[in-house]
Design a protein around this ligand. Structure first.
Ligand code: HEM
Length: 554
């Protein structure tokens, strides 16, 4: 955690009060707009014309009112407001009092325990979850945030209609780019879209993509050859160019050739992520009123326009051309639209952006973690290599029929996502009270619940020797007695990851392609040494520190 000076605390408290003040008046702008057209006498700040309507019914009352006209009245009004505010929140306080947590300060609560740069915030949140047996609370200013790590609690949260909305702040920040896509859409739009898209992503549709995964993975192998023997390889940057190519080709059918360094798309996607994070980590950008007047917003709009035009161009080309022999997500969405299903062109653009954003970074990160964990465990790497040789031989690019036979590779990917789940903290708004443990523990309406996926996945309570990389944990025999919400890299419940089969198939194809060409090596010695941070999606703090050797038989 960053060291906090008194000035820092004062500045933040002042900024919070100022923000509240702007927000209060912004919410009342409708009232002010109409009032400005009605003639009247000028009043004072806060009390308005109150003092014009007090006076001398008799001398004593006059004196009393004169006394009130002093700062005492303002103070009394503030006190009344303060009492009323807390009275209205008594329900929240009652439930919060039963949840364990660390002591905070008045007004700011535990806010200063969660400040600093992205790494410091990550560390403080992790430390907070370490204190969590099953549930732990923190007050971020006036907001109650409860972290949970018990599978039974996670099940309740992920399946209840009381918590079926991603946390408002994240949706607001991401909505700038993703509009009404599945990740950010309001509930009724989400419901309509999810119902439409669920059947599209079926096995038959996905099987055709394995060819794209394979050809792009072969190019990735060629790119990685340039790095053989070199230690400082920015693995994620190289792999994410491959997954970006795959994401665009399978969603809109356009080859952006990010791996050939030809595409400006690479630049946008990097910048979009940066600007989103910048807004998320700097609280003064959170409120639209301020944010929309900043340069960050203007820059965001420029990127967004380019991005939207790119997808809109792909839609125009699709509409002009004959039916595709190799239909991608966009073809299906356009078919739905032309057959009268309720989805607008803007919504299609939003879904395409959502799918590309959700697909490319996550699958790249998982691929890099799989390579790194295999590098850390040469014996397991040998077993995967042998399985791939047995199923595919030394040359064949995998097709969809091969993938189910790569059973051990699948266990390795699953175990990697246990130790390094890309989405380590998910958060939901609590829209109605949600009892978690009978009458004892209830998530109160108005709070935020954070799901500690990393802590759950590394908990000694559910995973013996949790830092041991042991793919056989996911063998059918050892999985049967496990609560299904003990392992949730793709989340679970109705808002789970719609692309999980796609993700598993693409990571498997890439790993199977690369492992026949390279031996993976790493400078890390243990899983525990890989310190983490998050950039929306999980990353190793000091990079993957992984390098490559060409296999002797190549
Ligand atoms: C290994 C790779 C992936 C992981 C670990 C992953 C994980 C997740 C998680 C945890 C969520 C829920 C987030 C939350 O509720 O806050 C999610 C949602 C989502 N994912 Fe993935 N994902 C991956 C790959 C993909 C791919 C390849 C696609 C698209 C083809 C995709 C599309 C989506 C979409 C659209 C949502 C929002 C679903 C909804 O709200 O209905 N994901 N993903």
């Amino acid at each position: 955690m960053g060291t906090l000076s008194v000035e820092n605390m004062l500045f933040t408290s002042l900024a919070i009060i100022l923000l509240w003040y702007f927000h209060y008046h912004w919410k009342r702008r409708h009232l002010y707009r109409h009032a400005s057209k009605i003639p009247g006498i000028k009043g004072y700040p806060v009390v308005g014309n109150l003092f014009d309507f007090t006076g001398d019914a008799n001398d004593l009352a006059f004196k009393f009112v004169t006394f009130l006209q002093t700062p005492f009245l303002s103070l009394a009004i503030l006190l009344l407001w303060y009492l009323h505010y807390h009275w209205k929140r008594r329900h929240l306080y009652r439930h919060a009092s039963k949840i364990p947590g660390i002591k905070g300060y008045p007004v700011v609560g535990n806010l200063f325990d969660f400040t600093g740069d992205a790494n410091e915030i990550f560390d403080s949140v992790s430390k907070h979850f370490d204190r969590c047996t099953y549930i732990v609370k923190a007050w971020i200013g006036p907001i109650l945030v409860c972290g949970i790590t018990k599978p039974e609690y996670l099940e309740k949260v992920l399946t209840s209609p009381n918590t079926n909305s991603r946390v408002y702040l994240l949706r607001r920040v991401a909505r700038d780019f993703l509009g009404n896509g599945l990740f950010t859409a309001p509930r009724p739009v989400w419901k309509r879209h999810r119902k439409m898209i669920n059947p599209i992503l079926n096995r038959k549709f996905l099987d055709r993509f394995v060819e794209v995964f394979g050809t792009r993975a072969v190019i990735l192998g060629e790119r990685l050859e340039e790095y053989v023997g070199r230690r400082n390889v920015d693995l994620l940057q190289i792999v994410s160019r491959c997954t970006l190519d795959i994401a665009f080709e399978t969603t809109i059918g356009v080859q952006v050739n990010a791996q050939d360094g030809e595409s400006e798309v690479v630049e946008w996607t990097d910048k979009i992520l940066e600007t989103m994070l910048h807004r998320l980590y700097n609280f003064w950008y959170h409120h639209d009123f301020i944010y929309k007047r900043t340069r960050l917003h203007k820059e965001t709009q420029v990127l967004l326009t380019k991005c939207n035009q790119f997808v809109a161009e792909a839609i125009k080309n699709k509409e002009k051309s004959d039916k595709s022999e190799f239909p991608v997500l966009l073809d299906y969405l356009l078919d739905l639209s032309s057959s009268g299903t309720e989805i607008t062109t803007d919504e299609i653009v939003d879904e395409i952006k959502t799918f590309v954003a959700a697909a490319f970074d996550t699958t790249a990160v998982v691929t890099c973690f799989v390579i790194t964990t295999l590098a850390l465990h040469p014996d397991i790497q040998d077993q995967v290599y042998e399985e791939v040789l047995r199923v595919l031989g030394s040359e064949k690019i995998p097709d969809f029929q091969d993938l189910p036979s790569l059973k051990y590779t699948e266990l390795v990917i699953k175990e990697t996502m246990r130790l390094f789940p890309p989405n380590i903290f998910m958060a939901r708004d609590v829209q109605e009270d949600l009892p978690l443990d009978g009458e004892d523990i209830t998530l109160p309406k108005g709070s935020i619940v954070m799901l500690g996926v990393l802590h759950l996945h590394r908990s000694t309570e559910y995973w013996p020797d949790p830092l041991k990389f042991d793919p056989d944990r996911f063998s059918p025999e050892r999985s049967t007695n496990r609560h299904p919400f003990t392992y949730i890299p793709f989340s679970a419940g109705p808002m789970n990851c719609i692309g999980q089969k796609y993700a598993m198939m693409s990571v498997k194809t890439i790993v199977a392609t690369l492992i026949r060409k390279f031996k993976f090596r790493t400078e890390y010695k243990t899983v525990d040494e890989v310190k983490l941070r998050t950039k929306v999606v999980l990353r190793p703090r000091d990079g993957f520190k992984t390098y490559f050797e060409i296999r002797k038989n190549q």
